[in-house]
Design a protein around this ligand. Structure first.
Ligand code: FE2
Ligand code: FE2
Length: 222
């Protein structure tokens, strides 16, 4: 698995479970090294995901969409794969905007609330989606879907390799293709890191947190 983007933690990282988000932010610049997410509050992880990966998506999706449109318009007749990549990316992009909103408006606030209530020893009210496992199941399906679309884009772009027939006279890659494929590859890399942070770090801990908060008395699926 790809590592998470480094986020520096404070000197009291060992007792990070009780760090507030504000303290975490204040301490980020004090020491080196990646955070130990297992010992930090889930709210710090969701903040990190929103501030890095979601922000990256919102910045790169429109930029890449415009680059792909230009490339497909200019070179699509000669390189039909560009049109397929553009169509796939546009659909993936539409789905991703919805996906980010579902996480930011529903799941992440609920996780923070459960965590805070548990910390304060307060009861946790059942969310309208029943249990956290329900939205997580749907979000993992979305991730699988996005992963398949990224695989298809990688295949169609020949592993992000500019076509040799589009090379410059000195043999170097056409700068339009090189810039586009580099940006697509960077997007894929960040997206896989993003999915790993949610599927493998956030979601299992969120399920365990809810179990701990509700003492195993889960409602049935709505
Ligand atoms: Fe996300
Ligand atoms: Fe996600």
């Amino acid at each position: 698995m790809l590592p998470l983007s480094p986020l520096r933690t404070g000197p009291d990282g060992a007792s990070g479970r009780f760090l507030t988000r504000k303290n975490l932010t204040m301490n980020q610049n004090l020491t080196e090294g990646p955070p130990d997410w297992d010992s930090l509050p889930l709210a710090a992880l969701t903040d990190h995901i929103v501030e890095t990966h979601h922000a990256f998506c919102r910045r790169e999706l429109p930029r890449l969409d415009a680059m792909l449109k230009t490339a497909a318009d200019q070179h699509g007749r000669r390189y039909p794969a560009l049109r397929h990549i553009y169509a796939l990316f546009t659909k993936m992009s539409r789905d991703l905007y919805m996906h980010l909103l579902k996480e930011e408006e529903t799941l992440f606030p609920y996780i923070s609330q459960v965590e805070e209530n548990l910390r304060q020893n307060l009861p946790v009210g059942w969310p309208r989606f029943g249990t956290v496992e329900n939205p997580i199941r749907l979000l993992v399906e979305d991730h699988d879907h996005t992963g398949n679309e990224l695989n298809a884009i990688r295949r169609l772009s020949n592993n992000f390799t500019p076509p040799s027939s589009a090379a410059e006279s000195d043999g170097s890659a056409d700068p339009d293709f090189a810039t586009l494929f580099d940006a697509l590859q960077a997007f894929e890399r960040d997206m896989r890191e993003h999915i790993h942070a949610e599927n493998d770090l956030l979601f299992p801990r969120a399920i365990a947190l809810e179990e701990a908060a509700c003492g195993g008395k889960k409602p049935s699926a709505p």
